[in-house]
Write a new protein. Structure first.
Length: 198
């Protein structure tokens, strides 16, 4: 009997092979999984706080994979590896590498040319990387942490508050977040920036 997941609005179901990647065999409920992931993510946050992240290393595929591995590596065997399955969202999995490279190149261009404000660059990055959907799971939290790292380590500004929330739990806040993401999908980035700063 495998672990049965409850998927909240906007979460991507894992396929059977991805579920097999669970490292901690004692996990039997979604609640336990959330707790283990949260502890792992907190360690990743600690790492970002105590490591001098060099701006030139952040906007690389290597860093993006490494951050995901630090966030989920104690829980999932596939942490830090791009997905190899199709999902209900995201680009076809074989295009992840090229789409990510385009995003990294665009972001470097925006920074060099001050195309947008620092906040908007970080949030545009966050929105694009989550829509690529690089990993089997954890893309939302990974993309928010990336936005925080960009705003703090590249622009030397305060990280976003994201409603101070553990978005996995708070339903109203999660709904607002998903709505803001959908607006960004349609080219309106402002609600997502506003959400990030609240």
């Amino acid at each position: 009997m495998g672990l049965e997941f409850e998927y909240k609005n906007g979460q991507t179901p894992l396929d059977e092979e991805e579920k097999e990647g669970l490292k901690i065999k004692s996990i039997t409920t979604q609640g336990e999984l959330d707790e283990f992931e949260q502890l792992n993510i907190e360690k990743a946050v600690e790492w970002t706080i105590h490591t001098k992240l060099k701006p030139e290393n952040i906007l690389t595929e290597k860093f993006i994979k490494n951050l995901h591995k630090r966030m989920y590596g104690e829980v999932w065997k596939w942490a830090g590896k791009f997905r190899q399955t199709e999902k209900n969202i995201g680009v076809p999995w074989i295009q992840i590498g090229i789409e990510l490279k385009n995003l990294l190149d665009d972001t470097k261009y925006w920074i060099e040319n001050k195309t947008y404000s620092p906040e908007e660059i970080a949030i545009r990055f966050k929105h694009r990387i989550v829509s690529i959907h690089c990993f089997p799971n954890g893309n939302g939290r990974h993309s928010r942490m990336m936005a925080d790292i960009i705003i703090e380590s590249i622009f030397d500004k305060e990280i976003f508050s994201w409603h101070q929330s553990n978005m996995v739990k708070a339903n109203e806040i999660r709904k607002e977040y998903i709505d803001a993401l959908k607006k960004a999908d349609n080219g309106k980035i402002e609600p997502l920036i506003k959400f990030a700063k609240n």
